[in-house]
Ligand binder design. Structure first.
Ligand code: NYM
Ligand code: MG
Length: 214
């Protein structure tokens, strides 16, 4: 039940390409909010652990190229059936992953908890549309997320082209490739809406934190 009289928490979203500093900044923002007495929690999507879809998504993202091609011929890679999912199927999985958490997300907000969320539906659209699969344009990509709770603000981690890749540390997951990341950035630019606020994501962790928390 909602805490009587508690003001609704804020839904603060971080979006950006891989290696733009979202996870670091989201964690720091939660820490700062809690330190100033605002109840805040860090959530992230994909939620790989607390969901039915999380395991398939994790298998898909971590699959090697070899595992992907063998699953394409019907192999299941030791039961890792997420590895060879089609572009359409994995898109639905990412969306379903958000829907799995949507009720709990609304309940937390209603109870006055501020949620700082690391990626959400904009990532869903950007990464799939960036693949340029025929029939899977932006409108198609947005459809399954229609009706999800919307963020109050989306902090866009703004970096010049190539800067995120130059930071290095791509972990070898699917999508972590500089050329593809630039396509992803392009779709983000196309789908940004009035919830977006640009945060200059260059410079030190502390500098970006100051910008993200004002
Ligand atoms: N990703 C994330 C998608 O492709 N679709 C989605 O809906 C979401 C939320 O998952 N490279 C991709 C973007 C990332 C990857 O996320 C894993 P993270 O935040 O890098 O762990
Ligand atoms: Mg990543």
């Amino acid at each position: 039940a909602a805490t009587a009289g508690a003001p609704r928490g804020a839904f603060i979203l971080f979006e950006g390409v891989d290696r733009s500093g979202k996870s670091t900044q989201a964690a720091k923002l939660v820490e700062a909010l809690n330190a100033q007495g605002t109840r805040a929690e860090l959530w992230r999507f994909p939620d790989r652990k607390g969901t039915v879809t999380g395991k398939a998504i994790d298998e898909y993202l971590s699959a090697t190229a070899a595992a992907v091609s063998s699953s394409g011929t019907g192999g299941t890679e030791g039961g890792k059936s997420g590895a060879g999912l089609s572009d359409q199927a994995i898109h639905m999985m990412f969306s379903a992953n958000r829907w799995e958490k949507s009720r709990a997300l609304l309940e937390a907000l209603q109870q006055g908890v501020t949620l700082v969320v690391d990626r959400y539906a904009y990532s869903g659209v950007a990464y799939t549309a960036a693949k340029r699969v025929p029939g899977c344009g932006v409108a198609w990509c947005k459809a399954p997320d229609t009706g999800l709770p919307a963020p109050d603000v989306t902090l866009w981690m703004a970096l010049p082209p190539g800067a995120a890749a130059a930071r290095g540390g791509f972990g070898g997951e699917r999508y972590e490739e500089a050329g593809f990341q630039e396509q992803v950035r392009g779709v983000f630019a196309e789908v940004r809406d009035s919830s977006f606020v640009d945060v200059d994501a260059s410079g030190s962790v502390e500098e970006v934190h100051q910008r993200a928390s004002c």
